[in-house]
Design a protein around this ligand. Structure first.
Ligand SMILES: [Zn+2]
Length: 169
């Protein structure tokens, strides 16, 4: 099997793509990753659901919160609901969707912003005891992806109206 090559998206800030890059390389400080580095942790359980060991694949893909977020994001982007259980699947998902290259780039940007937002939510839960909220993640994903893609692509067809309904591109 060829080695997976991380594909950066030009429409989101480097810091956002960097979270997805680290997630894919298992380089985020999840509880399992910390335990493997012999960092003392109280528990290796996922802070969001409490049921499973916190790996990147769990936090971003198989955790109930992530599943719900991906299902809402795929409905919004009018792509078939996918059941991916590893990050590489979701990072390469845009390649298989129908429509223009622009649409594929937009979906890729949204995937990176979603991963970034789930990680922010996880950090807020771990460090600030903030209860994770799906609507808050969805709102952040829609607004931040819009602001970043709009300003970087300079595409006049991208307006809040077209973005909100995911139409016209
Ligand atoms: Zn979980």
């Amino acid at each position: 099997m060829p080695e997976y090559v991380f594909d950066w998206n030009k429409w989101v800030p480097k810091k956002v793509g960097f979270v997805a890059w680290r997630a894919e390389k298992e380089r985020l400080p999840t509880r399992v990753a910390l335990a493997e580095r012999n960092v003392r942790i109280e528990s290796d359980r996922c802070v969001i659901c409490g049921d499973y060991a916190e790996t990147s694949d769990h936090v971003f893909m198989s955790c109930q919160l992530a599943q719900t977020v991906w299902s809402i994001v795929s409905q919004w982007c009018k792509i078939p609901t996918f059941s991916a259980f590893c990050i590489q699947d979701v990072l390469s998902m845009h390649g298989g969707i129908s429509g223009s290259q622009k649409r594929r780039n937009i979906v890729q940007a949204i995937v990176h912003v979603t991963i970034w937002s789930i990680w922010n939510t996880r950090n807020d839960a771990v460090f600030n005891s903030v209860y994770p909220s799906v609507p808050k993640i969805i709102e952040e994903v829609k607004h931040m992806s819009y602001l970043w893609v709009k300003s970087r692509s300079k595409d006049p067809l991208i307006t809040w109206e077209t973005w909100r309904c995911f139409e016209g591109f």
